[in-house]
Write a protein that binds this ligand. Structure first.
Ligand SMILES: Nc1ncnc2c1ncn2[C@@H]1O[C@H](COP(=O)(O)OP(=O)(O)O)[C@@H](O)[C@H]1O
Ligand SMILES: [Mg+2]
Length: 301
């Protein structure tokens, strides 16, 4: 999957701005960015649902502008507001989607059995979808989205609003799908999920800000030295800390504050100023995203 300068405008407003990315077969590609940064708009273009204003792209060898119908047939898509039929059972929902994808009667039973196993729904075949809890619903929606065995799968915030355990189960399934060759593009706000992606793109204001492996982003995206210290009442101390000439940015992480310094030599000054011990840390992916989001906002203003 590749895009070149892919752009979508709504009136005068540019929601996706000259996005150039490529995703390799079998890759889990994380798509991150603040709310309103253009993730859903991008995915809708890539799924052949929304026409690009300019730029180009291919998905599974088909041109976005010229062959959106072919793309729609070949991909799997789970939208932010995926739709299941609450008054149909697990089995009936899968059967319904199998029908939509014109899977032959002969093949259908086998395919539904496969999806039930994949989505960890064994034993729940006769439960109404409306009676399932969040995590189970999400896995059923995934089963419905991939019952046609698509080579590429788009997931738009598939795990928002479900329990941490369900999120982990869901991502295990995604890993397994990728290992068997499915290409996955997934948007998420959860850093633990971002860590599990092979590569991550970060967008802000419709523009690509960073695009690399989680490891490389942590190594390279932040310049300077990250220090951590436990400060009482951290929220109220931020303005004072951020005003220090050698402090680039601060963020609160529970009881700790992460402080980005111009260099390691400023640790001493920081400790002297606050009277609190500081230690150098490797930035977490969350630090990277806080920093990138700030850069994105600055670039737009
Ligand atoms: N159909 C539309 N008409 C007008 N503006 C839209 C439309 N769809 C999305 N937008 C705007 O485009 C921007 C990006 O939206 P979206 O792609 O949904 O962001 P994200 O998924 O990253 O939260 C937002 O400012 C949103 O309001
Ligand atoms: Mg969205």
């Amino acid at each position: 999957m590749t895009t070149r300068e892919l752009t979508r405008k709504f009136g005068n407003f540019t929601a996706v701005d000259s996005l150039t990315i490529n995703i390799r077969p079998g890759e889990i590609y994380g798509f991150l960015g603040p709310n309103g940064s253009g993730k859903t708009t991008t995915i809708r273009m890539l799924c052949g649902i929304l026409e690009p204003t300019s730029g180009s792209g291919t998905v599974l060898g088909h041109d976005l502008a010229g062959e959106p119908e072919k793309i729609k047939q070949k991909i799997g898509y789970m939208s932010q507001k995926f739709s299941l039929y609450d008054d149909l059972t697990v089995y009936e929902n899968l059967d319904f989607y199998a029908g939509l994808y014109s899977i032959s009667r002969r093949e259908r039973k086998e395919r539904i059995r496969e999806m039930i196993g994949m989505a960890l729904l064994t034993g729940r075949e006769k439960v109404l979808a409306g009676d399932l809890s969040g995590g189970w619903k999400q896995r059923l929606a995934l089963g419905c989205a991939i019952i046609s065995r698509p080579a590429m799968l788009f997931l738009d915030e598939p795990t928002s609003g479900v329990s941490p355990t369900s999120r982990r189960d869901f991502f295990k399934i995604i890993r397994r799908l990728a290992e068997s060759g499915t290409t996955v593009m997934v948007t998420t706000h959860y850093m633990d999920e971002a860590e599990r992606c092979h590569r991550i793109a970060f967008i802000s204001g419709g523009r690509l800000i960073a695009n690399d492996t989680p490891g490389n982003l942590k190594k390279n995206a932040i310049k300077g030295c990250m220090a951590e210290m436990e400060i009482p009442d951290p929220m109220n101390r931020l303005p004072e800390l951020e005003a220090l000439p050698y402090v680039r940015e601060c963020s609160v992480h529970g009881a700790a504050v992460h402080i980005l310094l111009d260099g390691e030599k400023h640790i001493r000054e920081l400790e002297k100023h606050t009277g609190i011990k500081a230690r150098v840390i490797t930035p977490s992916l969350e630090d990277v995203f806080i920093s990138l989001a700030r850069k994105g906002r600055q670039a737009q203003s």
